[in-house]
Structures are given as structure tokens and as C-alpha cells.
Design a protein around this ligand. Structure first.
Ligand SMILES: Nc1nc2c(c(=O)[nH]1)N=C([C@H](O)[C@H](O)COP(=O)(O)OP(=O)(O)OP(=O)(O)O)CN2
Ligand code: ZN
Length: 136
């Protein structure tokens, strides 16, 4: 029997969607207002979902406190109140779209979990735009 544990978190961050190897005009045609050279911000909402067997001794799939601490150190401390393009190494050469941010978060958290556990990342960039990634 496998059960999924969900932990919510959030961070505020600025970004610009563009490619350095494209002209401003091409970036504008693909990314529109998201290509603003002065950046823009989002209140990202994150749901980290961990699936595994319930430990019969503790009743836990994973201790929520442990999961909270992993999210804080791997995501919130790294991304909150940051300019993703300028201040976060992961996005120096990677467009900080919601898709790419979700993959980066997955790759940061997965190695911190027991290998028996499955992970899914749900990332809301706006209340109406969100992505999911589970490593496939
Ligand atoms: N596939 C993706 N498309 C878009 C992404 C993305 O990460 N992946 N990101 C953006 C921009 O970041 C943009 O800032 C999104 O804002 P906006 O279009 O204003 O989104 P809203 O939900 O606020 O828009 P409403 O029109 O109010 O619904 C664009 N595309
Ligand atoms: Zn944006």
C-alpha cells in the first residue's frame, strides 16, 4: 500500500523569459511581455508530493518535518526573493520557465529522499498557470 504525502511551500522570485542567442525581436515574438529586460515577478506556489509505503512503526511515509526542512534548504533558501536569471546558478543558461523550474526543483529534492520514495513536483507560477513533473 503506497500513500502520497503533500507539502505546500511558496517563494517569490523575479525572472525574464528569453534566449541569449536570439535577437530582442525574436524573443519578443515568442515570449512577449515575459521578455521584459527589467524582469517581472511571481508568487510561486509549490506542492511537493512524496509517495511510498507507510512505515508500520511510525505510520509515516516521510516525516513532514524532514520534508519541510528539505524544501526550505533546497528551494526556499535558494530561490525566495531572488532574481532567478541573475542570482541562481541553475538558470544562468536555462530559461526559468515554470517547466524548467519544476525540473530543477525535482532534481534538487529527489537525491535527498530515500530511493524507495517517488516524487512529484507541482509548481504554480500564477493562480491559473501550473506545471507538474515526476521525473518521467
Ligand atoms: N509554458 C509556459 N508558458 C508560459 C510561461 C511558462 O513558464 N511556461 N510563463 C509565462 C510568463 O512567466 C508570464 O509571466 C505568465 O504570466 P501571465 O501570462 O500574465 O499569466 P496569468 O495567469 O497571470 O495570465 P491571465 O491572462 O491573467 O490568465 C508565460 N507563458
Ligand atoms: Zn513570468
Amino acid at each position: 500500500m503506497r500513500v502520497t504525502v503533500h507539502r505546500k511551500a511558496h517563494f517569490n522570485a523575479a525572472h525574464r523569459l528569453y534566449r541569449k542567442d536570439w535577437s530582442f525581436e525574436k524573443n519578443e515574438s515568442i515570449f512577449g511581455k515575459c521578455n521584459n529586460p527589467n524582469f517581472h515577478g511571481h508568487n510561486y506556489e509549490l506542492i511537493v508530493s512524496v509517495t511510498g509505503a507507510i512505515d508500520p512503526e511510525t505510520g509515516y511515509v516521510i516525516d513532514m518535518k524532514v520534508l519541510k526542512d528539505i524544501i526550505k534548504s533546497e528551494v526556499e533558501d535558494a530561490f525566495d526573493h531572488k532574481n532567478l536569471n541573475v542570482e541562481v546558478e541553475d538558470f544562468k543558461n536555462l530559461n526559468p520557465t515554470a517547466e524548467n523550474i519544476a525540473v530543477v526543483i525535482y532534481n534538487k529534492i529527489k537525491p535527498k529522499l530515500d530511493t524507495s520514495l517517488d516524487l512529484e513536483i507541482t509548481l504554480y507560477e500564477t493562480p491559473r498557470n501550473f506545471v507538474t513533473y515526476s521525473g518521467n
